[in-house]
Design a protein around this ligand. Structure first.
Ligand code: COA
Length: 326
């Protein structure tokens, strides 16, 4: 049982993580409103997450929450989990240098004890101490993400001759899926030596199909020229911490232009259409992430008026279940 004092101190870590991410046009003070301990308490007691609690003496020094990831498990063919929160108050880290490593070690043990074979975490890029503690426990960096945001607004992109941008229909699904299966190369799936390129392509095909089916996106926009679908973008509406009515964001998931149509402004026009859609559905901001290594995509978002708001690393650990040494 976590005391309300500990809950409050851990929830301050969440508040700090969130308040370091200031979106365009936002005031930092807006983020301080309301202690998030109630929300954290619900997360811990809801029973969906595994929770690892580390104590120093009688004091709760940190918690990690993780969940099984059923979609990733099916598609990667091994039991996958996602670490959602790793919360260790700064003041406790300072007095206990080995604390971070111990928490990560216990997390790894818990994952293994629960039959997890592949676990993924995304952590703030500035938390080098945590990244290094995770490396000691066998986690490897598989990508670095830059997150961009802009305010939802009405944009009037200059039209491109013979190019139409519209919402996808059921008839577009196969073209979108095919494009998704060939366009991506810099994401964490393609960058992970544990995952073959063909499996990483399959991940993107399934992801795009689920977006078209409305399972992981609220809208899919397509760009069509004389030869057919040459680009697509998926986008969904989400709540943003602190979870109040007026803090919705639209999150762009997948964006791709067919290689034959790149450099003509196709992704720009799709991105601007997503910014318009966000305003229509009442989102205040549009958010999109790309890999540090995807300079082309980063420049695309900057060109469309987005600013950098945060950076993070994705780390994963692979743990064979039946490790019978010969
Ligand atoms: C990134 C991608 C979507 C860009 O699509 P696109 O239709 O060629 O982009 P646009 O023509 O609209 O380019 C818009 C701006 O992006 C930037 N940009 C796009 N591709 C770039 C590249 N390869 N190198 C540098 N800048 C690039 C440029 O600033 C460009 O503006 P400019 O031509 O006026 O300088 C496309 O290369 C792609 O599908 N890549 C593979 C999938 C992917 O990485 N998606 C993004 C995941 S977050």
């Amino acid at each position: 049982m976590i005391s309300s004092h500990a809950l409050h101190s851990l929830s301050k870590v969440i508040a700090k993580q969130h308040s370091s991410v200031v979106y365009p046009g936002e005031r930092r003070e807006e983020l301080d409103s309301g202690p998030p301990s109630e929300w954290l308490g619900r997360l811990i007691t809801r029973g969906e997450s595994h929770v690892i609690v580390e104590a120093v003496g009688a004091e709760t020094a940190g918690i990690v929450t993780w969940q099984s990831a059923p979609w990733d498990t099916t598609i990667l063919g091994r039991h996958v989990a996602r670490l959602d929160h790793i919360l260790i108050p700064d003041e406790l880290r300072r007095g206990h240098p080995a604390l971070v490593e111990r928490i990560v070690e216990r997390t790894r043990e818990d994952l293994k004890a629960n039959g997890i074979e592949y676990a993924l975490a995304r952590i703030p890029a500035e938390d080098v101490v945590l990244a290094q503690a995770m490396e000691v426990q066998g986690f490897k960096i598989v990508d670095g993400i830059i997150t961009f945001a802009c305010q939802a607004s009405t944009t009037r992109p200059a039209p491109i001759p013979s190019l139409q941008v519209r919402g996808a229909t059921d008839d577009d699904t196969e073209a979108v899926v095919t494009l998704a299966g060939s366009a991506f190369s810099r994401d964490r799936f393609h960058q992970d030596p544990e995952i073959s390129d063909s499996l990483a392509d399959q991940v993107h095909r399934e992801w795009a199909r689920n977006a078209c089916l409305g399972k992981v996106a609220d809208v899919v926009l397509v760009a069509e020229d004389d030869e057919g679908i040459c680009g697509f973008l998926s986008c969904g509406r989400h709540s943003r911490y602190p979870f109040t009515e007026d803090r919705h964001v639209a999150v762009i998931g997948l964006v791709a232009t067919a290689s034959r149509a790149r450099g003509r402004g196709v992704a720009s026009i799709l991105t601007q259409a997503a910014v318009n859609w966000a305003l229509q559905v009442g989102a205040k901001w549009v958010v999109v992430g790309t890999q540090f290594a995807n300079v082309g995509a980063a420049r695309l978002y900057q060109r469309c008026g987005f600013s950098i708001v945060s950076t993070s690393h994705s780390l994963r650990v692979v743990m064979p279940v039946n490790n019978h040494a010969p």
